[in-house]
Ligand binder design. Structure first.
Ligand SMILES: C[S@@+](CC[C@H](N)C(=O)[O-])C[C@H]1O[C@@H](n2cnc3c(N)ncnc32)[C@H](O)[C@@H]1O
Length: 290
């Protein structure tokens, strides 16, 4: 059961700036740096099968598309990963010969990512930026010719104080026919998992906010319908949608095929693309273009 959650808010004791986004209780929200929970994140999210499933689905969705795009353009792609964290997919794309810009607000997260990149026995074309993504336009000074063919934004939306604002950033940084790989926490999966676990009191409590500082369950997730409405408003067409972990997290009993990690990944890959199962993924991945 997920009973706890890391707050994305900062509690402000003195005066409250009304121009800042706040929630119902009046607490000001702020973007959430993972500096203090880097090791915890690495272990909890990527230390086991959960992380292997996440990466397997993203690899399949992104690498096929990036290879096609690169072939049709006749050159390596310019790719940006915002809120990249450990940047596994971005580093693999760099190893495939693409030109990467990797960003995170957390220096600790990017230190780990740089250490992984350094283990690859090839010259990788990666530029690293430790800063809020909001500062990237100024740092990059993006000219038209330097816009990105692909922008990846994975599990970042739900940690931002103003998630919708990132869409303007994409508009500014993406080439005309560029692609957006948007992966975000699926709030429907929180409800469904708690239904299965019998945590009805938690679902009845509309004010529920857990307080475990280490929890990786965001308090401010964005629903699929909202993300889709942003994409429509910003003139994107959705090319592909997948669910990440559509059954693995829901199984209270590890029996039969659940004891075989390769079989679990194979089934997760298959059902990640099938309706209605994919809409119950713990995360959703949308690949969209303009
Ligand atoms: C849940 S992690 C996701 C990391 C990675 N993209 C992944 O999918 O594994 C969210 C990341 O967003 C970063 N972050 C939060 N606010 C940010 C901002 N304004 N600009 C850039 N990165 C930010 C955090 O430091 C953290 O590393």
């Amino acid at each position: 059961m997920q009973t706890n959650s890391e707050s994305t808010k900062e509690h402000v004791n003195q005066s409250v700036d009304l121009t800042q986004p706040s929630d119902a209780s009046g607490d000001i929200r702020a973007d959430r740096s993972f500096d203090a929970i880097t090791d915890h994140f690495e272990k909890k999210v990527y230390g086991g099968l959960k992380g292997d499933i996440r990466l397997a689905v993203l690899r399949r969705d992104i690498f096929e598309y990036s290879a096609q795009m690169s072939e049709s353009l006749g050159r390596p792609l310019r790719i940006l990963d915002v809120g990249a964290g450990l940047a596994q997919i971005a580093i693999e794309l760099a190893a495939q010969g693409h030109k990467l810009v990797i960003n995170d607000i957390s220096a600790n997260m990017l230190e780990k990512a740089k250490a992984s990149a350094a283990q690859i026995d090839e010259d990788l074309n990666i530029t690293w930026y430790v800063c809020p993504y909001q500062e990237l336009p100024e740092k990059l000074g993006t000219e038209n010719s330097e816009k990105f063919d692909l922008i990846m934004c994975h599990a970042l939306l739900e940690w931002l104080a103003e998630p919708a604002a990132v869409m303007d950033f994409f508009d500014q940084q993406l080439t005309d026919k560029g692609a957006l790989s948007l992966c975000f926490y699926n709030p429907a999966s929180f409800d469904y998992r708690n239904l299965i676990m019998g945590n009805f009191n938690l679902l009845d409590n509309t004010e529920y906010k857990a307080d475990n500082k280490k929890s990786l369950t965001p308090n401010h997730p964005v629903a699929k319908e909202e993300v889709e409405s942003w994409l429509t408003a910003h003139h994107y067409q959705i090319i592909r949608t997948s669910g990440l972990r559509v059954f693995h997290d829901y199984a209270p009993l590890k029996r039969g095929g659940h004891n075989d990690p390769d079989a679990v990944i194979r089934m997760e890959l298959r059902y990640s693309q099938l309706e209605p199962y994919k809409w119950l993924g713990r995360y959703l991945h949308i690949l969209a273009t303009r």
